[in-house]
Design a protein around this ligand. Structure first.
Ligand code: BG6
Length: 478
């Protein structure tokens, strides 16, 4: 469904995120016919580029990051015709008047802050000072949204002094992933799961976001962030919220975000012995973290595993084990809901213990597997065996759905539609930092050093112990 005509200004338009994610996503939506004729994209950055040279940069990005669709010259040219560029400085008045002249008064206006958070305030101020904000204006900000609670509060306050909360779109791109949204569809679109979705039936839940990539090219940012700030505080926290929240009354921005916020606020502080930090140490599959960042004393974690508890009626007593890391054996984001054993086995001890498990694979090979117990074939008495009831979304939904829209496609279009459901509210971000900060402060106070793990492994051995102590084990990363 086409959206209303819009002008989208991308601050940091020549940057990596803009060219790798935002512009290709806009191009794919353009190809899908979702843009009305009048729509325009305006890149804004400090470089003194001409419109033509900016279009060349965009054309190259399309070739690289939207290879399939960029083979159609008509589509590429049509898209490039709608691209403009203004040299502009966030920290001075340079370029703001020309930008103002380019903007149309009767369209939706979105400003995408694809820049570091230190420029959020200056950009917001200048948008106001130059009268560029209309009632139809939205601003989009990227993570990291602050470095800790204090800085997130300050950012929220700055943005709030220029824009209403309803105009601020804080991106967590995990929420734009098709399968992450599917979490809500699976939970709240089916009668089957919800009655069992509580501590009475669920033994524990595992959330794994494993990555094979390292941190090359982002050393400076990552050294200050680490896995806790880079992944746990936002992406894994969002997954935790979606898996644990109460059913919202409606699929409506505030109804959904109210429920997510309640989950974060109900999280207990994490006990130090329930956290494992790791750092990739090199090996056959690449260089160690310290070598990559050029600091042989770095104590930044590239891996973190922890056990969290949500103190509310639904989840009291059910641990949530979360882990994420870089340079691991496989790229795999999966949520495993591990059900309790049946209360009594009518087949006797020799049939073994069996429990159901629901795995929701977010990427790759998106789909759902339900582990069920059946009789092992054969004559020799009643033996049980676990088998998967397996569903891959791509197979189940047919070939036309093999290539689901990228997270940014969905999110950028939601900005234009004015739908904030898949964006983080200010109070949510602050609550997530309030939970994260004491964990990081504890490491600093104790002088904690992350455990080394080999590149291409499943992470540090201590993460296995975290489970073993509770007589549980991680489901494999694959
Ligand atoms: C980003 C993190 O937000 O998410 C990166 O900063 C991480 O460190 C990336 O690699 C993971 O995203 P995806 O979509 O590849 O799972």
């Amino acid at each position: 469904i086409p959206v209303d005509p819009f002008d989208l200004v991308i601050f940091g338009g020549t940057g990596d995120l803009a060219q790798r994610k935002i512009v290709p996503a806009l191009f794919r939506r353009y190809c899908a016919g979702q843009w009305p004729e009048a729509t325009r994209i305006i890149g804004a950055a400090r470089g003194a580029l001409t419109v033509e040279s900016f279009r060349d940069i965009v054309a190259e990005s399309l070739r690289q990051y939207a290879p399939k669709r960029s083979k159609d010259p008509e589509a590429v040219n049509g898209f490039l015709q709608r691209i403009n560029y203004v040299p502009l400085d966030a920290l001075s008045e340079d370029g703001w008047a020309p930008l103002s002249e380019l903007l149309s008064t009767d369209r939706i206006r979105a400003f995408y802050f694809s820049v570091g958070p230190r420029l959020f305030g200056p950009l917001a101020e200048r948008i106001r000072a130059h009268n560029l904000a209309t009632p139809q204006t939205r601003i989009v900000v990227e993570k990291p949204f602050g470095h800790d609670l204090e800085s997130a509060r300050a950012l929220n306050a700055t943005l709030a002094s220029h824009f209403d909360e309803g105009q601020i779109y804080r991106i967590d791109h995990y929420l734009g992933k098709e399968t992450v949204q599917n979490l809500m569809a699976v939970r709240f679109g089916n009668m089957l799961f919800e009655p069992l979705w509580n501590s009475q039936y669920v033994d524990h839940i595992q959330i794994t976001v494993a990555e094979t990539v390292g941190i090359d090219g982002r050393e400076e940012y990552y050294e200050r962030a680490g896995a806790m700030r880079d992944m746990m505080q936002n992406h894994l926290m969002q997954l935790l919220c979606l898996i644990a929240m109460e059913p919202p009354a409606k699929f409506d921005p505030d109804a959904v975000r109210d429920e997510k916020l309640k989950v974060i606020r109900a999280l207990d502080p994490v006990e130090p012995h329930h956290i494992v930090r790791g750092q990739f140490a090199g090996g056959k599959q690449g260089r160690g973290y310290r070598e990559v960042v050029g600091n042989n004393r770095s104590t930044t974690e590239s891996y973190v595993a922890l056990r969290a508890h949500i103190s509310n009626w639904r989840w009291a007593g059910t641990p949530f084990y979360l882990r994420t890391g870089k340079e691991l054996v496989a790229r795999s984001s999966v949520i495993n809901v591990m059900f309790k054993d049946a209360p009594h086995s009518i087949f006797g001890e020799e049939a073994g213990r069996h429990a159901n498990a629901l795995s929701i694979r977010l990427q790759p090979n998106e789909g759902i597997t339900l582990k069920v117990t059946i009789k092992e074939p054969g004559q020799g008495g009643m033996r049980l065996v676990d088998v998967p009831l397996d569903m891959s979304f791509a197979e189940a939904l047919g070939p036309e759905n093999q290539d689901p829209p990228d997270a940014y496609e969905r999110l950028v279009m939601d900005v234009i539609r004015g739908n904030q459901t898949l964006f983080m509210r200010g109070d949510e971000v602050e609550a997530a930092w309030a939970w994260t900060d004491p964990i990081i402060a504890g490491w600093q106070a104790r002088g904690d050093v992350p455990k080394p793990y080999e590149n291409g492994s499943t992470g540090p051995g201590d993460a296995e112990l975290l489970m073993k102590r509770d007589h549980r084990r991680w489901q494999g990363i694959n």
